[in-house]
Write a protein that binds this ligand. Structure first.
Ligand code: NDP
Length: 293
């Protein structure tokens, strides 16, 4: 029998999560600060809770998906014991530290806490390739795995450290933003000769597919081993190349700060004696820069 689930927060994301539950036969109770957002879900078969307490008390599994952690605490902190003994799955985006604090907050109230990060847009929820990342209570994940996989079949549980889902989330999104931004810079550069972005994109796609995708595994292995053999492209040579790239951007009068930053990481790595190392050695500068305020 599908477990009853309560969904708190019916924004773009929470509404779609609730719909997936309703469509799969879960008795679903919904609550939102602006109550009208519950209307379409009630029409689909959800029960409307008039207070957060009522929503929480309706189900052993409570999902919260609101704007940020501040909103989450505003809603859940005043509840006294209503959440005790229940599973709370927090799909609100936050930092690893916020997730760990929330887990401690929950443990103090005997709430079984699972933190989640949604690696999908609302329309993708429920599609087989959609995935969410989970960490925190293993028993909560295992008990509700089938229900949680309704949102994305490719979802993964990373371990008991509640911060892991948020760490992966931000790590993945950082990789995404930097990849897309890299393309924007390339498009701006070729655009100075009236090359259309749509004409440039296929080259970037195949280049990323080959060189970047193909090189990722090797980079990862080198990072893990702390050993960065040069692989025929020693860093000192790459640093010289970067000077050329920066000049090309400057010649066209377009923004060059990101490239200068990468060149800075490279120069400092070379100055540390890694002249013959490969690109993976930049990780040491990236890591130690966290010590600089
Ligand atoms: P929306 O802006 O559509 O909805 C925000 C929700 O938070 C609404 O239900 C809103 O209530 C509620 N809320 C905000 N502040 C408060 C408050 N102080 N008290 C009570 N409720 C509050 O955002 P989404 O639904 O898109 O996002 C929700 C979470 O999901 C976010 O953490 C987001 O990062 C994450 N997420 C979203 C993705 C997306 O593509 N949309 C993708 C991955 C993660 P009200 O309706 O009353 O304003």
């Amino acid at each position: 029998n599908p477990v009853p689930v309560s969904v708190i927060g019916l924004g773009a994301m929470g509404s779609v999560l609730a719909t997936a539950l309703i469509e799969n036969g879960h008795p679903t109770t919904v609550w939102n600060r602006s109550p009208e957002k519950a209307d379409p879900l009630v029409e689909q078969g959800a029960a409307r809770a008039t207070t957060v307490t009522e929503a929480v008390q309706a189900s052993p599994l409570v999902i919260v998906c609101v704007l940020d952690y501040k909103a989450m605490y505003e809603l859940l902190d005043p509840l006294c014991d209503a959440l005790a003994g229940r599973v709370l799955v927090n799909l609100t985006t936050g930092t690893p530290e916020q997730a760990r604090e929330a887990a401690a907050w929950a443990t103090h109230r005997t709430i079984d806490y699972l933190d989640g990060a949604i690696m999908a847009t609302p329309p993708a929820i429920g599609r087989p390739d959609a995935f969410l990342l989970y960490s925190g209570s293993q028993s909560a994940f295992e008990r509700h795995e089938a229900t949680l996989k309704l949102f994305g079949d490719a979802s993964t549980y990373f371990g008991a450290d509640p911060g892991l889902a948020a760490l992966y989330d931000i790590g993945l999104l950082t990789s995404m933003y930097m990849s897309f931004t890299g393309f924007l810079y390339g498009a701006a550069l070729v655009g100075t000769a009236d090359v259309k972005a749509t004409a440039f994109a296929p080259y970037v796609e195949s280049f990323l597919d080959g060189v970047v995708r193909g090189g990722m595994g090797q980079l990862a292995q080198q990072i893990d081993e702390g050993h960065y053999p040069d692989d025929a492209s020693p860093l000192a040579m790459q640093a010289a190349g970067m000077t050329t790239f920066i000049k090309a951007f400057q010649d066209e009068g377009i923004d060059v700060e990101i490239l200068q930053h990468i060149k800075g990481l490279t120069d400092r790595t070379v100055a540390d004696g890694h002249t013959k190392a490969g690109l993976a050695s930049l990780i040491e500068q990236i890591r130690t820069r966290r010590l600089v305020p």
